[in-house]
Design a protein around this ligand. Structure first.
Ligand code: ARG
Length: 297
């Protein structure tokens, strides 16, 4: 089975100012604050685990006024252009509480040689949160609804010259696609159809030749789709026995990490890590002019 060729280089944000200060998803409760030292220790263990698996991590500092910035997956969509230039399409966050993250992330990426861009003019009318976007099969698969807006899909397709397959997210608890979908290799992925409307669930199951289907309960209570894959290792916050048995049968090794403090803000392994090594032309076919495929209404 062809392993994923991306997922070895991550951008993360060290949790120096992680708090639950407001409520923008159903997991957040300002009365239940993360323990800062435990959060830092859990984050460091995640970094060490990624490095042990052969991945690399670059960390940017957290802004003191941006408590959710630790969920680095949402900073932007990292890609490598066909000519090898690293680029990031910066997110335009749905909620104003997170918009300032981009102001710090953009110069950080630019200083490191990434070409940075935005979808649409100023992002107005086109919210994009990168936790909704994954290369899989012949397209960039993008969840929209709770966070990313449909209009952003059109911009992504034409700006990047790729095919974008949209999926309508309807579940309030799975507000980013990365809570319901995790590519495992070129044919397999963790998939929670309960996050999507019927047509989109069918479209996703069509797209993944060998889906490992998660129940709503599994995805919501264990964050198990919010995992990352490095070669044949799946780094997960939890893994129901049934899911582990299938992963192992497929030849994956499961590594479980405790990320309890970050679950209080509504995110886990994937949300904390942003892969920037998805290559257009290798992991994502280039489609001149771009193309958007939406599920039937
Ligand atoms: N509190 C953050 C938010 O609601 C959590 C983000 C989780 N990140 C993710 N990629 N799903 O925006």
């Amino acid at each position: 089975m062809e392993q994923l060729s991306w997922g070895r280089h991550y951008v993360m944000v060290e949790p120096a100012h992680f708090r639950v200060e407001y409520v923008i998803n159903p997991f957040m409760d300002p009365a239940d604050q993360p323990d800062p030292e435990l959060a830092m220790a859990q984050w460091r263990e995640l970094v060490a685990t990624i490095e042990r698996c052969g991945g690399t991590v670059d960390a940017l500092p957290q802004r003191a006024d941006a408590p959710d910035m630790v969920y680095a997956m949402n900073l932007g969509l990292g890609l490598v252009a066909e000519d090898g230039t690293p680029q990031v399409v910066m997110s335009h966050m749905r909620y104003p509480q997170r918009r300032m993250e981009t102001e710090s992330a953009q110069p950080w990426f630019a200083e490191r040689g990434f070409a940075t861009s935005y979808v649409g003019r100023d992002g107005v009318g086109a919210h994009l949160e990168a936790g909704d976007a994954f290369a899989f099969g012949d397209a960039l698969v993008v969840g929209y609804g709770p966070r990313t807006e449909e209009l952003a899909l059109k911009h992504l397709a034409s700006d990047l010259g790729i095919r974008v397959r949209g999926l309508r997210i309807t579940h309030p608890g799975m507000y980013h696609l990365d809570l319901a979908f995790c590519p495992l290799d070129e044919r397999r992925a963790l998939v929670c159809p309960a996050a999507l409307d019927e047509a989109s669930a069918a479209a996703l199951l069509d797209l993944v030749p060998e889906p490992l289907v998660l129940t709503e309960e599994e995805a919501l209570t264990t964050f198990c789709a919010n995992s990352i894959v490095i070669g044949n290792v799946v780094i997960m916050p939890a893994c129901p026995d049934r899911v582990r048995a299938q992963l192992e049968e497929w030849g994956f090794e499961v590594v479980i990490l405790d990320l309890s403090e970050f679950h209080k803000g509504g995110g886990s392994v994937r949300c904390l890590t942003n892969p920037v090594d998805v290559r257009i032309g290798r992991d994502l076919p280039s489609v001149p002019g771009g193309e958007v495929v939406l599920p039937p209404v």
